[in-house]
Design a protein around this ligand. Structure first.
Ligand SMILES: [Zn+2]
Ligand SMILES: [Zn+2]
Length: 297
């Protein structure tokens, strides 16, 4: 009896796995995880910024590309699930952990899309590193908004100005109501702020206001990075939390500057008042970036 019930349950879960498809389960024997987010939009995580993907009967859309090996892993998985063409690869911004794998889509994807500053930044960095032959650059750029329909899904890109760089966009899968924030949100860890690529902490706060206004309480957000690698998705409450961190960082460093503290003294701080939920290293880099931004002419 005991054994029979066990067999029935096992058969039941096997059927469930088949219905759910391979996407729902992180396989133990692979270095990466694939997870369904909602209505066909999934995420891929291995090394670098979180990738989003969607396969429709008209074609496949991918947001960000980590590195070539990681993109290859995702491409193999997507090809197993769909024989449709790769229509669009969209980059949230130029950083290597989001565009380094673009080259794996060479000759495979119809269009690579990004904000025009993302293309500019990618080109500057690749020239500087003499890695131009390792790039696949966007062939389609936009300044403010961009949109496309692929099968039943409409995908919109939004640019809200300087934040983590000067070329970050938010990619929204409208029907699924899933928005990829790229590196505009670091969950639970100190963010990278790339002043060499036009970042602005002050304006980043405004960008997050715009994100909050543009999307709704049902939107599921995808984050580029999180302290807990499993926690790369969440709701709008995360936007307020992260914006709060940036505001506290600016307030603290601003008050230290007003009090006449030197840069070295500011960098000695081991915590930011009121911040308890941000982990990892990167505090002193954030303090330095805020100091530079607040004291620049
Ligand atoms: Zn990143
Ligand atoms: Zn980045």
């Amino acid at each position: 009896m005991q054994r029979r019930r066990f067999l029935q349950q096992s058969a039941g879960s096997a059927v469930l796995s088949l219905l759910a498809g391979p996407q729902l389960f992180a396989r133990q024997d692979t270095p990466y995880t694939l997870k369904e987010v909602r209505r066909g939009v999934g995420i891929f995580s291995e090394k670098g910024g979180t990738i989003a993907h969607l396969a429709t009967k008209e074609g496949i859309v991918v947001v960000d590309s980590q590195f070539p090996e990681q993109s290859q892993h995702l491409i193999e998985q997507l090809k197993k699930q769909s024989d449709r063409p790769f229509k669009y690869l969209i980059n949230t911004h130029h950083h290597g952990d989001h565009t380094g794998g673009n080259v794996a889509y060479k000759g495979l994807v119809e269009h690579v899309v990004a904000h025009q500053n993302s293309l500019k930044n990618q080109t500057i960095v690749a020239k500087r590193n003499q890695s131009e032959e390792k790039q696949l650059y966007p062939d389609t750029t936009f300044t403010d908004r961009w949109q496309v329909k692929v099968g039943p899904e409409r995908i919109r890109a939004y640019y809200f100005g300087e934040g983590h760089t000067n070329g970050d966009s938010v990619i929204h899968f409208e029907n699924a109501n899933v928005a990829h924030l790229g590196d505009l949100l670091f969950k639970g860890r100190y963010p990278a702020v790339d002043r060499t690529a036009g970042a602005s902490i002050k304006h980043w706060v405004t960008v997050l206001d715009q994100v909050e206004k543009t999307f709704d309480k049902d939107t599921i957000f995808i984050f580029g990075h999180a302290f807990d690698p499993q926690a790369v998705t969440g709701d709008r409450s995360e936007i307020g939390t992260f914006r709060g961190y940036l505001e506290k960082l600016l307030t603290f460093v601003g008050s230290e500057i007003k009090a006449g503290k030197s840069k070295d003294d500011v960098l000695k701080a081991t915590a930011i008042p009121g911040v308890t939920d941000v982990k990892g290293d990167g505090l002193s880099r954030n303090l330095q970036t805020a100091y530079e931004e607040l004291t620049e002419a």
